[in-house]
Design a protein around this ligand. Sequence first.
Ligand code: PLP
Length: 221
Amino acid sequence: MDNSATPLGNIRQKMAHACKISGREADSVTLIAISKTHDADRIRPLLEEGQRVFGENRVQEAQAKWPALCEDYPDTELHLVGQLQSNKADDAVELFDCIHSLDRMSLVKALGKAMDKADRRVPCFVQVNIGEEEQKGGCAIDELPALLSAAQDAGIPIAGLMCVPPLEIEAAPFFALLDKLARDHGLEGRSMGMSGDFETAIMLGATHIRVGSALFGAREA
Ligand SMILES: *Cc1c(COP(=O)(O)O)cnc(C)c1O
């Protein structure tokens, strides 16, 4: 299975190396294959190679692609990594096994309700706007404590914290900050690191890395 000739084998090897040099167990990091924009025929080879954790950023796109794939590979785990509109909370709770983009009070309310209604508890990462960027999703760092406590009150299982650092500058300080925030709040999960920086993220404590283009090639716009 560990064939480094494939992109998946190559990434697994790099993950193992990053774990080793940072003194972490190899199984302490989950690779989420981000399959957004790619059709089922591009996804199946990865399933055949043994990958079972996938991420999408749009509810509708995932609804169109994944039910059939999940029927063939029932142990697949599906993660939502994109911004979620409150009016899609029911659909998201039905389809996904984990949500990485809980970032505001209105969504806490919507997801709490959706989980009650479906009687299904979907673990959520709280997305933090770690670079305090104007246009970016994620809650402000100083709003994090209130959001976490509201999520807890709403019965939403909190998996940890997630971030997408600012583009085109060194990501390491932002990963270190997310790690610290997670530690301060006693949270286990850190969803951080993408194709270009997942090894750095692992060395700084990532438990979930989200890798798209390094697995599937560049996405069309
Ligand atoms: C697309 C996406 C990724 C994957 O990015 P790559 O650079 O292609 O690895 C990771 N996280 C989120 C939130 C994304 O939207």
